[in-house]
Design a protein around this ligand. Structure first.
Ligand SMILES: [Zn+2]
Length: 56
């Protein structure tokens, strides 16, 4: 496992109408804990949720 201390991970970005994505907004998930997409709570079907790699 790679642990360089950089804190890299991913956030989830989604449109305002996706409550599931909004609930995730601002959270950064460690690589091993990034939720699968689409999010279980996403009821929009094709809402456009996506991963945003953490940048630092
Ligand atoms: Zn969604």
């Amino acid at each position: 496992m790679e642990r360089d201390g950089s804190g890299r991970g991913a956030s989830i970005i989604g449109p305002p109408e996706c409550a599931a994505a909004q609930a995730c907004q601002g959270k950064v998930y460690a690589p091993d804990y990034v939720p699968a997409l689409p999010l279980p709570d996403c009821g929009l079907g094709d809402c456009g949720c996506r991963y945003e790699p953490a940048r630092k």
